[in-house]
Design a protein around this ligand. Structure first.
Ligand SMILES: C[S@@+](CC[C@H](N)C(=O)[O-])C[C@H]1O[C@@H](n2cnc3c(N)ncnc32)[C@H](O)[C@@H]1O
Length: 326
């Protein structure tokens, strides 16, 4: 029965995901953040079919995302703060990103036939798609950046470059924890526009700045004590990852440190399962991205002139590997 249970769970796994992600997309959780609603009232508020919504609300309660209270439904107290868009602990942006990713995953067959990533949807990108992706990075990097700040001694560092730093989450966490540290978030203009908003709101704008740059094209400058590269190499081919390591080497002072944070596979490439699965996400989404093994990441760093490797587990599923410029 164990094999049967495992396969049944995998085969039907999309059903719970679709129930949750579609409800999120249609505003069910934000509406329920305002309090208990009956299916009829919620359907009227959201412009949905009452019978259909009633069925979905019961299914959400069945998996513990909602609680049924008489004729009404409310958010489960543990899930609510993670699902409501304006909660300080929200994960709504990254879940909306998963919702969009699912459309690519449904075309995995094409990638298996062609070896190419699934083409972007023919439709124009939705306006909030990039914001959800980048703010989704904030959702997941919030706690892992705190783990990095706790695991790694930045006290002697004065300048840190956050390559592909997204909304600037890591830079803001590191700067808050290290009063002598100045951080530069290097990212594409579409993203630095979002990072600048986060920086302005943080009160750390005197020590955290954002610069527009394309790591395929631009150099990283020089004089940095740390180059931090989080959740970037999985988007890149080994050659491009090596290019990032070489640019980091040129940007660092002697004794400076390069940090690659990512989901790493072990040498069998079959574990951990989340990293093997994430590699498929990169297969459908990027031309040449993948989950790397820790051995591969260190070899790329070593070839660029880094040594004395240390590593620390962070954020539950990630690992940051640190190499020192020799
Ligand atoms: C997966 S996110 C990681 C964000 C952040 N480092 C983190 O860990 O939360 C990838 C980031 O790489 C940026 N990016 C993608 N291509 C880039 C390029 N060619 N040059 C600079 N940044 C790029 C994206 O804008 C995005 O912010």
């Amino acid at each position: 029965m164990e094999a049967r249970d495992k396969l049944d769970r995998i085969a039907a796994g999309y059903q719970d995901a679709f129930i949750m992600l579609t409800s999120l997309r249609l505003g069910v959780f934000d509406a329920l953040a305002g309090g208990t609603r009956t299916p009829a009232a919620l359907a009227a508020e959201l412009g949905l079919d009452a019978r259909a919504l009633d069925t979905v609300l019961h299914a959400l309660a069945a998996v513990g995302i909602l609680v049924k209270d008489g004729e009404g439904f409310r958010l489960d107290p543990d899930c609510g703060p993670l699902l409501a868009s304006d909660s300080p602990t929200t994960m709504a942006s990254i879940y909306r990103h998963h919702d969009r990713l699912s459309r690519r995953w449904m075309r995995l067959e094409e990638t298996l036939r062609t070896g190419e990533p699934v083409p972007r949807e023919a439709a124009v990108r939705e306006p909030r798609e990039h914001r959800d992706y980048i703010c989704g990075m904030e959702n997941i990097s919030r706690s892992s950046s705190r783990d990095v700040a706790a695991a790694i001694d930045f006290s002697a560092a004065r300048r840190l470059l956050d390559v592909g730093g997204g909304p600037g989450t890591a830079s803001l966490v590191f700067a808050a924890a290290n009063p002598a540290l100045r951080c530069v978030v290097f990212d594409l203009p579409e993203t630095t526009a979002i990072a600048r908003g986060q920086i302005a709101a943080s009160g750390l704008a005197d020590r955290v700045t954002a610069v527009d740059g394309d790591f395929h094209v631009d150099g990283f400058g020089d004089g940095f004590d740390v180059v931090y590269v989080s959740n970037i190499i999985h988007m890149l081919t080994p050659d491009d990852t090596a290019m990032i390591a070489r640019k980091a080497h040129a940007a660092l002072v002697p004794g400076g440190r390069l940090m690659f944070k990512d989901f790493y596979l072990d040498d069998t490439r079959t574990a951990p399962a989340h990293a093997a699965r994430f590699s498929v996400n990169m297969l459908v989404g990027t031309a040449g991205g993948q989950s790397y093994t820790l051995t591969e990441a260190k070899a790329i760093m070593a070839a660029a002139g880094f040594g004395g490797f240390t590593e620390a587990p962070v954020g539950g599923r990630s690992l940051v590997v640190v190499g020192t410029r020799s």
